[in-house]
Design a protein around this ligand. Structure first.
Ligand code: DOR
Ligand code: ZN
Length: 339
């Protein structure tokens, strides 16, 4: 069986910086035409200068690959002039809002949504998408559900603002999507595959630990239905979030699943298993292109049900990172890429 994808997009990607950036950026660029790059570096990418400099470092790490990094600013209160300046940066995509302290490198995130309303209004007027990590500080399994009223509030207060609920994990978030046209969502591969049982129901699997944590079987089912049906406001975002192995296999495991190098084979297997390959193109590219008016670099990626051996680690530049499906013989692979 073979699936050909046109310009696959990863609408939520962490490529980090320094040596890790050098290691992981080419792996996304190999299979994807473009990706939305998260700004949660230390310090965060939170002004025009930092954004331009980060975009340049990514270009250097890409070594001329046919791949468009779509850049985001870390949310803080921005003036209209600052937002307009960001819009002039080639590849600028949107602003990512993290509630303070909810995940990796989010200490400088937002403490009061009320206090940032002028910036949101300005983004609405300028047509700049808002991307949101939607979790509260409550009990870990309830954090996304507790944030849903915030999405509701934002969707109603800013009806022309394009709001993306990032990496949704619950059936309730899927239902909310259908209430507001200005809401869309990204879904990861791992949240389509895992429940919390897979992470810690047996021996603890640090490489599957991420934020938001995977939820219940009924939540995964609702995510699957949304993705497999080609829901027009649901897009693939890997949330591939590499951490060096010593930050995962330790006491105090960092949150993040490194899925970028296996994301498309993983999606191909999932959609094929569910007889939904006709909707994979919508999930992994067309829905995002339509929603955001994107014209990504032309790229054809051919996937086949030919097995591949997934590396146990990716190592280079002094970094070692463990991918999703590490060490497995995986039944699908990328067999050709045409640019
Ligand atoms: O698991 C996660 N890892 N979730 C996030 O929101 C952030 C990410 C990271 O940057 O490591
Ligand atoms: Zn993320």
């Amino acid at each position: 069986m073979e699936i050909t994808l046109t310009s696959p997009l990863d609408m939520h990607l962490h490529v980090r910086d320094g040596e890790m950036l050098q290691l992981v950026a080419p792996l996304s660029a190999r299979d994807f035409a473009a990706a939305v790059i998260m700004p949660n570096l230390v310090p965060p990418v939170a002004d025009e200068q930092a954004l331009r400099a980060y975009a340049e470092r990514i270009q250097t790490a890409l070594c001329g690959a046919h791949f468009a990094p779509l850049m985001t600013l870390f949310f803080r209160n921005y003036s209209e002039a600052e937002l307009r300046a960001a819009q002039n940066i080639p590849g600028f995509f949107g602003v990512k809002l993290y509630p303070a302290g909810v995940t990796t490198n989010s200490d400088d995130g937002v403490r009061s949504l009320q206090a940032v309303e002028p910036t949101l209004r300005c983004m609405e007027i300028l047509g700049i998408p808002l991307l949101v990590h939607g979790e509260s500080h409550g009990f870990v399994m309830d954090r996304e559900a507790q944030f849903l009223p915030m999405y509701r509030h934002l969707a109603e207060q800013f009806p022309k603002l394009s709001i993306c609920m990032e990496h949704i994990t619950t059936a309730a978030a899927v239902r909310l999507l259908d209430e507001y046209e200005n809401l869309c969502a990204t879904i990861t591969l791992h949240h389509l595959e895992l429940t919390l049982d897979d992470v810690l129901g047996g021996a603890l699997k640090p490489h599957l630990f991420c934020k938001p944590v995977a939820k219940r079987a009924e939540d995964r089912e609702a995510l699957l239905q949304a993705a497999l049906s080609g829901h027009p406001r649901v897009m693939f975002g890997s949330d591939s979030a590499p951490h060096p192995i010593h930050k995962k296999e330790c006491s105090g495991c960092a949150a993040g699943v490194f899925s970028a190098p296996v994301a498309l084979p993983g999606l191909a297997r999932l959609f094929a298993e569910h007889h939904a390959t006709d909707h994979l193109q919508a999930f992994v590219s067309d829905n995002a292109c339509r929603r955001y008016g994107l014209t990504p670099p032309a790229k054809k990626v051919v996937l086949r049900d030919t097995p591949m051996q997934v590396p146990t680690h990716y190592r280079s530049f002094g970094q070692s990172v463990v991918p999703l499906y590490a060490g497995e013989e995986f039944p699908w692979s990328v067999c050709a890429v045409q640019e």
